[in-house]
Design a binder for this molecule. Structure first.
Ligand code: IYT
Ligand code: CU
Ligand code: CU
Length: 286
Protein backbone atom coordinates (compact mmCIF):
# COMPACT_ATOMS: atom_id res chain seq x y z
CA UNK A 1 0.00 0.00 0.00
CA UNK A 2 2.63 2.58 0.86
CA UNK A 3 6.38 2.67 0.44
CA UNK A 4 9.30 4.00 2.39
CA UNK A 5 9.35 7.71 3.13
CA UNK A 6 5.64 8.14 3.26
CA UNK A 7 4.16 11.28 4.82
CA UNK A 8 0.64 10.87 6.14
CA UNK A 9 -1.49 13.62 7.67
CA UNK A 10 -4.60 13.58 9.77
CA UNK A 11 -6.66 16.56 10.92
CA UNK A 12 -8.88 17.05 13.92
CA UNK A 13 -10.84 20.07 15.16
CA UNK A 14 -10.10 21.72 18.47
CA UNK A 15 -12.67 19.89 20.61
CA UNK A 16 -14.26 23.01 22.11
CA UNK A 17 -15.72 26.26 20.83
CA UNK A 18 -14.06 28.24 23.61
CA UNK A 19 -10.41 29.16 23.93
CA UNK A 20 -8.23 26.33 25.11
CA UNK A 21 -4.59 25.94 25.99
CA UNK A 22 -2.27 23.06 25.19
CA UNK A 23 -0.03 22.56 28.17
CA UNK A 24 1.62 19.23 27.37
CA UNK A 25 2.37 16.92 24.45
CA UNK A 26 2.62 13.17 24.95
CA UNK A 27 4.06 11.40 21.89
CA UNK A 28 3.25 7.81 20.92
CA UNK A 29 5.46 6.70 18.09
CA UNK A 30 6.57 3.30 16.91
CA UNK A 31 10.32 3.69 17.06
CA UNK A 32 10.97 1.24 14.22
CA UNK A 33 8.74 2.94 11.64
CA UNK A 34 8.16 6.60 12.54
CA UNK A 35 10.92 8.97 11.50
CA UNK A 36 9.27 12.17 12.66
CA UNK A 37 5.95 13.72 13.65
CA UNK A 38 5.00 17.39 13.30
CA UNK A 39 1.90 19.04 14.74
CA UNK A 40 0.52 22.10 12.97
CA UNK A 41 -2.24 24.47 13.97
CA UNK A 42 -4.35 26.20 11.35
CA UNK A 43 -7.87 27.14 10.29
CA UNK A 44 -8.24 24.96 7.16
CA UNK A 45 -6.63 21.54 6.68
CA UNK A 46 -6.17 20.65 3.00
CA UNK A 47 -8.33 17.56 3.34
CA UNK A 48 -11.30 16.27 5.27
CA UNK A 49 -10.39 12.60 4.82
CA UNK A 50 -9.50 10.57 7.87
CA UNK A 51 -5.92 10.70 6.59
CA UNK A 52 -4.14 11.72 3.41
CA UNK A 53 -0.77 11.68 1.71
CA UNK A 54 0.92 14.97 2.58
CA UNK A 55 4.37 14.30 1.17
CA UNK A 56 4.03 16.86 -1.58
CA UNK A 57 4.85 20.52 -0.97
CA UNK A 58 2.83 22.04 1.89
CA UNK A 59 0.20 19.34 1.92
CA UNK A 60 -0.94 20.17 5.44
CA UNK A 61 -3.06 23.33 5.59
CA UNK A 62 -4.74 25.41 2.90
CA UNK A 63 -4.10 28.57 4.90
CA UNK A 64 -1.12 29.56 7.00
CA UNK A 65 0.06 26.73 9.20
CA UNK A 66 2.01 27.13 12.37
CA UNK A 67 4.19 24.37 13.74
CA UNK A 68 3.51 23.59 17.40
CA UNK A 69 5.37 20.42 18.14
CA UNK A 70 8.03 18.20 16.62
CA UNK A 71 8.96 14.68 17.54
CA UNK A 72 11.97 13.14 15.87
CA UNK A 73 13.46 9.73 16.39
CA UNK A 74 16.46 9.68 18.72
CA UNK A 75 15.84 13.17 20.08
CA UNK A 76 14.35 14.02 23.49
CA UNK A 77 10.85 15.53 23.15
CA UNK A 78 10.23 19.17 24.11
CA UNK A 79 8.36 20.08 27.27
CA UNK A 80 6.51 23.37 27.68
CA UNK A 81 7.68 25.37 30.70
CA UNK A 82 5.30 25.74 33.65
CA UNK A 83 2.46 28.27 33.17
CA UNK A 84 2.96 28.23 29.39
CA UNK A 85 0.36 27.06 26.89
CA UNK A 86 -0.35 27.24 23.19
CA UNK A 87 -3.63 29.09 22.76
CA UNK A 88 -5.99 27.33 20.35
CA UNK A 89 -9.61 27.66 19.33
CA UNK A 90 -11.70 29.54 16.82
CA UNK A 91 -10.73 33.01 18.08
CA UNK A 92 -7.03 32.36 17.94
CA UNK A 93 -7.09 31.34 14.27
CA UNK A 94 -6.33 27.75 15.16
CA UNK A 95 -9.48 25.74 14.98
CA UNK A 96 -7.77 22.62 13.65
CA UNK A 97 -4.75 20.51 14.28
CA UNK A 98 -2.94 18.65 11.55
CA UNK A 99 -0.57 15.87 12.54
CA UNK A 100 2.01 14.82 9.97
CA UNK A 101 3.73 11.47 10.44
CA UNK A 102 6.77 10.58 8.37
CA UNK A 103 7.14 6.81 8.08
CA UNK A 104 10.77 6.17 7.19
CA UNK A 105 10.86 2.43 6.96
CA UNK A 106 7.61 0.71 6.15
CA UNK A 107 8.95 -2.81 5.85
CA UNK A 108 7.49 -3.36 9.32
CA UNK A 109 4.03 -3.03 7.75
CA UNK A 110 4.40 -6.10 5.52
CA UNK A 111 2.07 -7.87 7.91
CA UNK A 112 -0.56 -5.10 7.38
CA UNK A 113 -0.89 -4.32 11.07
CA UNK A 114 -2.41 -1.01 12.09
CA UNK A 115 -0.20 1.76 13.36
CA UNK A 116 -1.25 3.60 16.50
CA UNK A 117 1.39 6.30 16.41
CA UNK A 118 0.15 9.74 17.34
CA UNK A 119 0.12 12.45 19.90
CA UNK A 120 -1.88 13.11 23.04
CA UNK A 121 -2.50 16.78 23.79
CA UNK A 122 -3.14 17.76 27.38
CA UNK A 123 -5.44 20.78 27.26
CA UNK A 124 -7.10 23.12 29.72
CA UNK A 125 -9.65 25.91 29.45
CA UNK A 126 -7.90 27.78 32.25
CA UNK A 127 -6.10 30.84 30.85
CA UNK A 128 -2.36 30.48 31.18
CA UNK A 129 -0.09 33.30 32.39
CA UNK A 130 2.15 32.86 29.35
CA UNK A 131 1.33 31.99 25.75
CA UNK A 132 3.66 29.90 23.61
CA UNK A 133 4.46 30.99 20.08
CA UNK A 134 6.73 30.39 17.12
CA UNK A 135 9.04 32.84 15.41
CA UNK A 136 10.14 31.44 12.04
CA UNK A 137 13.15 32.76 10.17
CA UNK A 138 13.27 31.46 6.61
CA UNK A 139 15.29 32.19 3.53
CA UNK A 140 13.33 32.65 0.33
CA UNK A 141 16.05 33.42 -2.19
CA UNK A 142 19.15 31.33 -1.50
CA UNK A 143 20.89 29.78 -4.51
CA UNK A 144 23.62 27.21 -3.92
CA UNK A 145 26.13 26.91 -6.75
CA UNK A 146 27.25 23.39 -7.71
CA UNK A 147 30.66 22.45 -6.33
CA UNK A 148 30.98 25.62 -4.26
CA UNK A 149 32.21 24.68 -0.83
CA UNK A 150 30.37 27.29 1.25
CA UNK A 151 27.13 29.20 0.74
CA UNK A 152 25.54 31.18 3.56
CA UNK A 153 21.84 31.89 3.78
CA UNK A 154 21.43 34.92 6.04
CA UNK A 155 18.15 36.13 7.52
CA UNK A 156 17.60 39.07 9.87
CA UNK A 157 14.75 41.27 11.08
CA UNK A 158 14.33 44.07 13.57
CA UNK A 159 12.16 43.04 16.49
CA UNK A 160 9.49 45.59 17.34
CA UNK A 161 7.08 43.87 19.68
CA UNK A 162 6.66 42.90 23.33
CA UNK A 163 9.37 40.75 24.95
CA UNK A 164 9.62 37.08 24.02
CA UNK A 165 11.43 34.41 25.98
CA UNK A 166 12.85 31.69 23.70
CA UNK A 167 12.94 28.23 25.29
CA UNK A 168 13.39 25.88 22.32
CA UNK A 169 14.57 26.05 18.73
CA UNK A 170 14.43 23.85 15.65
CA UNK A 171 16.49 23.91 12.49
CA UNK A 172 15.43 22.65 9.08
CA UNK A 173 17.32 22.26 5.81
CA UNK A 174 17.47 19.39 3.35
CA UNK A 175 20.70 17.48 2.49
CA UNK A 176 23.12 20.37 1.92
CA UNK A 177 22.77 22.14 5.30
CA UNK A 178 25.73 21.80 7.69
CA UNK A 179 24.76 24.06 10.59
CA UNK A 180 22.00 26.56 11.36
CA UNK A 181 22.54 29.21 14.05
CA UNK A 182 20.16 31.78 15.50
CA UNK A 183 21.01 34.96 17.41
CA UNK A 184 19.70 38.01 19.16
CA UNK A 185 21.63 41.19 18.43
CA UNK A 186 21.40 43.89 21.10
CA UNK A 187 23.61 46.98 21.09
CA UNK A 188 25.81 45.33 18.48
CA UNK A 189 26.41 42.25 20.62
CA UNK A 190 25.46 38.82 19.20
CA UNK A 191 24.02 36.29 21.66
CA UNK A 192 23.35 32.71 20.62
CA UNK A 193 19.77 31.44 20.89
CA UNK A 194 20.65 28.05 19.47
CA UNK A 195 22.86 26.26 16.97
CA UNK A 196 22.38 22.77 15.58
CA UNK A 197 23.13 20.52 12.65
CA UNK A 198 20.02 20.08 10.51
CA UNK A 199 21.31 16.58 9.73
CA UNK A 200 20.56 15.55 13.33
CA UNK A 201 16.93 14.74 14.22
CA UNK A 202 14.96 17.94 13.50
CA UNK A 203 13.30 18.24 16.88
CA UNK A 204 13.00 21.30 19.10
CA UNK A 205 16.13 21.53 21.23
CA UNK A 206 16.48 23.62 24.40
CA UNK A 207 17.40 27.24 23.68
CA UNK A 208 19.85 29.39 25.58
CA UNK A 209 17.54 30.57 28.39
CA UNK A 210 19.53 33.73 29.13
CA UNK A 211 18.56 35.30 25.83
CA UNK A 212 15.25 37.13 25.64
CA UNK A 213 14.25 39.39 22.78
CA UNK A 214 12.71 42.82 23.19
CA UNK A 215 11.77 45.90 21.21
CA UNK A 216 14.81 47.30 19.41
CA UNK A 217 16.71 43.99 19.15
CA UNK A 218 17.49 42.24 15.88
CA UNK A 219 16.88 38.52 15.35
CA UNK A 220 19.22 36.82 12.90
CA UNK A 221 20.00 33.36 11.59
CA UNK A 222 22.51 31.81 9.22
CA UNK A 223 22.36 28.47 7.41
CA UNK A 224 25.68 27.13 6.19
CA UNK A 225 25.34 25.06 3.00
CA UNK A 226 27.73 23.23 0.75
CA UNK A 227 27.23 22.74 -2.98
CA UNK A 228 29.76 19.93 -3.09
CA UNK A 229 28.46 16.86 -4.88
CA UNK A 230 25.89 18.80 -6.91
CA UNK A 231 26.12 19.31 -10.65
CA UNK A 232 23.49 22.03 -10.97
CA UNK A 233 22.21 25.00 -9.00
CA UNK A 234 20.09 24.28 -5.92
CA UNK A 235 17.16 26.57 -5.11
CA UNK A 236 14.74 26.95 -2.23
CA UNK A 237 11.86 24.55 -2.82
CA UNK A 238 9.75 21.72 -1.57
CA UNK A 239 11.47 18.59 -2.90
CA UNK A 240 14.39 16.82 -1.31
CA UNK A 241 16.62 17.98 -4.19
CA UNK A 242 15.76 21.57 -3.31
CA UNK A 243 16.83 23.28 -0.13
CA UNK A 244 15.27 25.20 2.74
CA UNK A 245 16.82 27.33 5.45
CA UNK A 246 14.65 27.53 8.56
CA UNK A 247 15.32 28.54 12.14
CA UNK A 248 12.27 28.19 14.40
CA UNK A 249 12.20 29.84 17.82
CA UNK A 250 9.64 28.54 20.30
CA UNK A 251 9.03 31.25 22.88
CA UNK A 252 6.64 32.31 25.57
CA UNK A 253 5.18 35.74 26.01
CA UNK A 254 3.05 37.45 28.62
CA UNK A 255 -0.55 36.50 27.80
CA UNK A 256 -1.65 40.16 28.06
CA UNK A 257 -0.14 40.97 24.68
CA UNK A 258 0.70 37.61 23.21
CA UNK A 259 1.41 37.09 19.51
CA UNK A 260 1.43 33.39 18.69
CA UNK A 261 3.16 33.49 15.32
CA UNK A 262 5.78 35.74 13.73
CA UNK A 263 8.15 35.33 10.84
CA UNK A 264 11.14 36.90 9.18
CA UNK A 265 12.08 36.49 5.53
CA UNK A 266 14.50 39.39 5.06
CA UNK A 267 18.09 38.71 4.18
CA UNK A 268 19.70 41.32 6.45
CA UNK A 269 22.63 43.49 5.49
CA UNK A 270 26.12 42.38 4.60
CA UNK A 271 27.52 44.79 7.19
CA UNK A 272 25.42 43.22 9.94
CA UNK A 273 26.59 39.69 9.12
CA UNK A 274 30.24 40.77 9.15
CA UNK A 275 29.96 40.52 12.92
CA UNK A 276 28.36 37.08 13.19
CA UNK A 277 30.27 34.83 15.64
CA UNK A 278 32.72 32.45 13.95
CA UNK A 279 30.87 29.37 15.25
CA UNK A 280 28.14 30.04 12.65
CA UNK A 281 30.67 29.09 9.97
CA UNK A 282 31.81 25.88 11.63
CA UNK A 283 30.01 22.73 10.44
CA UNK A 284 28.73 20.36 13.11
CA UNK A 285 30.00 16.87 12.42
CA UNK A 286 27.32 14.17 12.49
C1 IYT B 1 10.08 27.39 1.87
C2 IYT B 1 10.34 26.95 3.30
O1 IYT B 1 11.41 27.23 3.85
N1 IYT B 1 9.38 26.24 3.90
C3 IYT B 1 9.56 25.78 5.29
C4 IYT B 1 9.08 26.77 6.26
C5 IYT B 1 7.62 26.94 6.34
C6 IYT B 1 6.91 26.35 7.34
C7 IYT B 1 5.57 26.53 7.45
C8 IYT B 1 6.93 27.71 5.39
C9 IYT B 1 5.59 27.91 5.50
C10 IYT B 1 4.85 27.31 6.53
O2 IYT B 1 3.52 27.49 6.64
I1 IYT B 1 4.60 25.66 9.01
I2 IYT B 1 4.62 29.11 4.12
C11 IYT B 1 8.99 24.39 5.49
O3 IYT B 1 8.16 23.94 4.74
N2 IYT B 1 9.49 23.71 6.54
C12 IYT B 1 9.19 22.32 6.85
C13 IYT B 1 7.77 21.95 7.15
O4 IYT B 1 6.92 22.12 6.11
C14 IYT B 1 7.23 22.61 8.40
C15 IYT B 1 9.96 21.95 8.11
O5 IYT B 1 10.08 20.77 8.38
O6 IYT B 1 10.42 22.84 8.83
CU1 CU C 1 11.18 12.45 9.03
CU1 CU D 1 12.01 21.53 3.83
Amino acid sequence: MFQSDTYLCTAFPVPTSRDAYIVDFIPHASMDTVHHMLLFGCQTPVSTSSYWDCGSVQGTCADEASIMYAWARNAPPTKLPKDVGFKVGRNSGMSHFVLQIHYGDISAFRDHHRDCSGLTLRMTSKPQPFIAGIYLLMSVDTVILPGKKVTNADIACDYTSYPIYPFAFRTHTHHLGKVVSGYRIRDGKWSLIGRQSPQLPQAFYPANKEVNVKYGDTIAARCLFTGEGRTSKTYIGGTSDDEMCNFYIMYYMDSKHAIPYMNCMESGSKELFQHIPAEANVPIAV
